[in-house]
Design a protein. Structure first.
Length: 26
């Protein structure tokens, strides 16, 4: 999800996740 990336990455960085595969969980 390249478009959702920036928004989801902000949440993933808080949980310590940095991989794009983790972003799909959100």
């Amino acid at each position: 999800h390249d478009v959702e990336g920036p928004l989801v990455e902000n949440q993933s960085t808080q949980t310590g996740a940095t991989t794009t595969t983790e972003d799909d969980n959100f």
